[in-house]
Design a protein. Structure first.
Length: 165
């Protein structure tokens, strides 16, 4: 099992000129309970089964196990998922230092209008460059977890919730 360390941010500027690639992602959750999730994802032409543990350190890190599965099996498993499929396009944006890559998710469907970036780190205190399009940090804020967005999508948030109040 690997420890995933990442920080999440809202995107408040134009990142697209810096993106090197993009992929469509659809994902659902077979099980979500406090402390763990079981996710099915189709990313491009590949399927994945992912199990994630509880977030620690204020949402900065958590255990993650992932296995690639045939896309047709992932499609079948999506039919078993809890209500709410997350649909997004993920852009890869290299950082200025060349050591990090931001994954910028532009959400579609019920989460249309939400754009978030995350950066994976080698350690909790690791520094990284912050591009000008990177906005407010939302690391550890449960409403921004994909598993939460499928239950309570961005389109249903009030204006104060969207503004971070």
């Amino acid at each position: 099992m690997a420890l995933e360390i990442e920080r999440k941010f809202l995107v408040e500027g134009d990142f697209r000129p810096f993106a090197t690639s993009s992929t469509n992602i659809k994902q659902g959750y077979i099980g979500t309970v406090k402390g763990r999730t079981v996710r099915i994802r189709i990313r491009g032409d590949k399927g994945y089964l992912t199990i994630k543990g509880a977030s620690v350190d204020g949402g900065l890190s958590r255990y993650e196990w992932e296995k690639e599965i045939p896309v047709n099996e992932a499609e079948e498993l999506l039919l078993l998922c809890e209500k709410g499929i997350v649909d997004k396009e993920r852009f890869l944006v290299p950082s200025g230092d060349g050591a990090h890559t931001f994954e910028v998710d532009v959400f579609h469907g019920e989460n249309e209008g939400l754009v978030m970036a995350e950066v994976e780190l080698g350690g909790e205190s690791e520094d990284f460059p912050r591009p000008e399009w990177l906005g407010r940090e939302v690391t550890g804020k449960a409403r921004y977890f994909n598993s939460s967005l499928r239950r309570y999508p961005f389109s249903e948030w009030s204006i104060p919730e969207k503004l971070g109040f």
